[in-house]
Ligand binder design. Structure first.
Ligand SMILES: C[S@@+](CC[C@H](N)C(=O)[O-])C[C@H]1O[C@@H](n2cnc3c(N)ncnc32)[C@H](O)[C@@H]1O
Length: 307
């Protein structure tokens, strides 16, 4: 089963009000959701979202009138809040990005280079196309671009060249076929290229960074005053987006082109418009937490509060 990351710290950061309205945008196995349910009273509400039908199955087992599960994307959060009439009423939102252990450990989902299975990687297998099919339709340059952009992989050109060469002869249908190609052409004992290549293909397949950006575009429209936003991310690409969003919306003095004459009043107005969030110190896992759950290693929790 999935061990939730930074569970206590993230729930504490949500500063739960007993009768508040909360959203867990990444239900997974329900670790964070179940903890929120423990903290709210009969007047509180929790809406949880997940794109993976397997998570929805788990969520449906929770019989609790305070709880609603939504099968969909967290980028659609505004639409869901409109449906449930909770716009500007949400007291806290949590996102715990990345994959659940159920996704990673199930070889039929194709997320892990260590487990042989179909090269799929879709978080919802009813939407989009598996990685194996995508690879059949793309050019070598496009593969290289994805590996560089989403995997920050040093050997992106070399890996793309060999994947493309192999595909010209025969499709790559299995995870182990792909990891074999990577391990043959990258320095020995270095599993990092496989990790990075799989990460890049997963991010591309699930449109993960755009999901996060679209979510952030909407989040301030739905939070109640003093509402909290807590996001746990696992790699620098995600963290950079969250950090930039929080920085831009908490900045006291906006970036203005030099030499533009503005009155104090105009400056104050700009200041008000920009400074919407109060941002707190980022939180990492402790050594003990990492020992218990290695997935915590790269986790960063960022917290902000709507002013
Ligand atoms: C790390 S797991 C969450 C684990 C959960 N916090 C727990 O403790 O059990 C991430 C979950 O987010 C889901 N997910 C990822 N991107 C999503 C998106 N854009 N919209 C909705 N769900 C998403 C995945 O399907 C996965 O189940």
């Amino acid at each position: 089963m999935h061990i939730p990351v930074l569970l206590k710290k993230s729930i504490k950061a949500l500063k739960i009000q007993k009768n508040g309205i909360y959203i867990d945008g990444t239900f997974g196995a329900g670790g964070h959701s179940k903890f929120i349910l423990k903290k709210i009273n009969d007047y509180g509400k929790l809406y949880s979202i997940d794109r993976d039908p397997e998570s929805i199955k788990i969520a449906k087992k929770i019989k609790d009138k305070r709880f609603t599960i939504i099968h969909g994307l967290f980028s659609n959060i505004y639409k869901y809040c409109k449906k449930y009439k909770i716009i500007k009423k949400v007291n806290g939102i949590i996102l715990d990005l990345g994959m659940s252990s159920m996704q990673l450990n199930n070889n039929k989902r194709g997320f892990s280079f260590k487990k042989n299975g179909p090269l799929d990687m879709r978080m919802n297998q009813k939407n989009g196309i598996p990685v194996s099919e995508w690879l059949l339709h793309v050019k070598e340059k496009e593969i290289a671009k994805i590996l560089k952009k989403y995997g920050e992989e040093k050997y992106y050109k070399r890996i793309a060249f060999h994947i493309f060469r192999k595909i010209k002869r025969k499709p790559i249908l299995k995870t182990c076929e792909l990891s074999k190609i990577i391990s043959k052409i990258t320095p020995r004992k270095n599993k990092k290229s496989s990790v990075r290549t799989f990460q890049a293909l997963r991010i591309k397949t699930n449109n993960e960074l755009n999901e996060l950006k679209d979510f952030l575009k909407n989040v301030m429209k739905i939070l109640a005053p003093k509402g909290r936003l807590c996001i746990i991310s696992f790699h620098s690409l995600e963290d950079r987006i969250i950090k930039k969003f929080m920085f831009q919306n908490s900045r006291k003095i906006p970036n203005l082109p030099k030499n533009i004459p503005l009155t104090t009043k105009e400056l104050e107005k700009l200041h008000e418009r920009k400074c919407k969030l109060k941002v707190f110190k980022k939180i990492f896992s402790t050594k003990e937490e990492i020992l218990q759950n290695p997935r915590c290693r790269s986790a960063i929790l960022r917290i902000a509060e709507l002013k």
